[in-house]
Design a protein around this ligand. Structure first.
Ligand SMILES: *Cc1c(COP(=O)(O)O)cnc(C)c1O
Length: 452
């Protein structure tokens, strides 16, 4: 009864898979926030290195992973694929459940998969400092780790509600040598503007992004890095799905269902895009690709597929994506990494085209699933990850009713070792299930800019 399916270090993918090559028609281009004309490479070069700009738009099916980057990925990759025998037994399901364990990275999540190449390309371009935002602190700690390895400075704007809720993520960033500032801050025009309107604001990813972009755009030695949403981030995460496909082949299997939680969409993209590619090119059977989001921030299930800003201040290019409106401030749920008003343009497009689908859950039911997982498989997952666990359990229970022995694969995106206060709240019965009122969603959607 094999539990861990492992690859050798040499089997770390040598190329990332780019699903843009297999889309039936090209993505709608990002638009300049002021002119609403498609942005060119020169518009982005103030905050991104040229190689990442190239990766953002390329339609090449594969992009080489630099050896220098693969050498660092060796610290935790290939990550193990587990067969969840004990969870299956507990659920009494005929389904086979597999999970890809990304919590083995130094920062404890999938995020270093992109932090490392992003830091690498910035170092190569002669950049000295990277500014970024972080929600729950996962991305900030991943980028702090990666910039340290390439001797870059790192400034992190951390959403204030997480900065107070999750002090140990901030401590990790300090250990790795980064500066961490609660957002909104008084350091930037965007931060000061928000604080003037609402001094008590819990902050949001949209606000923190405005601050980091402004910091990068106003300092010539500084670039900006984003931990999710963008095409190059999703590209870097495809090592997850590429490894899974090899690992499942080792046990003669292929998934019927692939699941990932969705904040900006990158870990779901990472595990699902290679399978979406198989589906788009007709190479493999019809795999069900499910993105899971919180009911309190339901961008894929209740948002609009349209052009919107990536941030609150309207500094970023307009992206065609599912959005709740760029000034939507989601409630401070514990899955801080899932509190984003928009989604990856590629994931959005694939959901809109029916290649993928999305479901939403409340936080008490996902913590319940996380408890089941911890008490069967042992791993205490991040609150974000618990959304994927819940969907995997639900799919396995559907198999129990129907008698189908499906193969379910989900991305176990990170550990929850720094999120124990959230588990404490679950046990204390103080978790609140916010269903964001449709009325307020309609209001923020009404403030999305009109594109002529
Ligand atoms: C950041 C994070 C997420 C959500 O981000 P995506 O870009 O949607 O993947 C999910 N799980 C963990 C553990 C995270 O740190």
């Amino acid at each position: 009864m094999q539990t861990k399916i492992l690859l050798d270090e040499e089997q770390i993918p040598k190329k990332w898979y780019n699903v843009q090559a297999d889309l039936p028609s090209p993505l709608d281009p990002p638009l300049h926030p002021a002119t609403q004309k498609p942005v060119g490479p020169e518009d982005l070069s103030a905050i991104f290195p040229m190689e990442l700009i190239r990766q953002e738009v390329t339609t090449d099916r594969y992009v080489d992973i630099p050896e220098d980057v693969r050498d660092i990925l060796r610290l935790w990759r290939p990550s193990p694929l587990y067969r969840a025998h004990r969870l299956e037994k507990f659920l009494k399901t005929p389904a086979k459940i597999y999970y890809k364990w990304e919590g083995v990275s130094p920062a404890g999540s999938h995020k270093p998969n992109t932090a490392v190449p992003q830091a690498y390309y910035n170092m190569k371009a002669g950049i000295e400092r990277i500014a970024t935002e972080t929600g729950a602190g996962q991305w900030g700690s991943a980028l702090a780790f990666a910039t340290m390895l390439y001797e870059l400075e790192c400034t992190i704007y951390m959403v204030r509600s997480s900065y107070t809720q999750k002090p140990y993520r901030k401590s990790m960033m300090h250990v790795w040598g980064a500066e961490c500032i609660p957002s909104p801050s008084t350091k930037t025009n965007s931060g000061r503007a928000v604080l003037e309107k609402d001094p008590e604001t819990p902050g949001s990813l949209g606000i923190a992004i405005s601050e980091a972009v402004e910091d990068a755009a106003t300092h010539s030695n500084t670039n900006y890095a984003l931990g999710s949403v963008l095409n190059h981030v999703c590209l870097h995460q495809t090592v997850i799905g590429l490894e899974c496909r090899e690992q499942l082949a080792m046990v003669d299997d292929y998934p019927d269902v692939v699941i990932g939680c969705v904040g900006g969409g990158s870990n779901f993209a990472g595990i699902s895009f290679p399978f979406a590619g198989d589906k788009l090119t007709g190479k493999h059977k019809d795999v069900d690709l499910i993105g899971v989001e919180p009911a309190s921030c339901p961008s894929l299930t209740k948002g609009l597929f349209t052009y919107d800003f990536g941030d609150v201040a309207g500094l970023t290019p307009l992206l065609k994506m599912f959005t709740l409106g760029h000034d939507f401030v989601p409630p401070s749920i514990h899955a801080g990494g899932l509190r984003y008003h928009g989604d990856s343009p590629i994931v959005s497009r694939l959901v809109n085209d029916g290649v993928m689908r999305a479901v939403a859950y409340h936080q008490s039911e996902v913590f319940d699933a996380a408890q089941t997982f911890a008490r069967t498989e042992g791993i205490i997952v991040a609150p974000e990850t618990s959304h994927a666990v819940k969907a995997a359990i639900d799919e396995a229970l559907k198999c129990k009713s129907s008698g189908e022995a499906k193969t379910i694969l989900f991305n176990c995106s990170g550990h929850g070792n720094f999120d124990m206060s959230a588990y404490d709240a679950f046990y204390a019965g103080t978790l609140v299930d916010y269903e964001y009122p449709d009325e307020l969603i309609r209001e923020s959607i009404a403030r999305i800019p009109k594109i002529s």
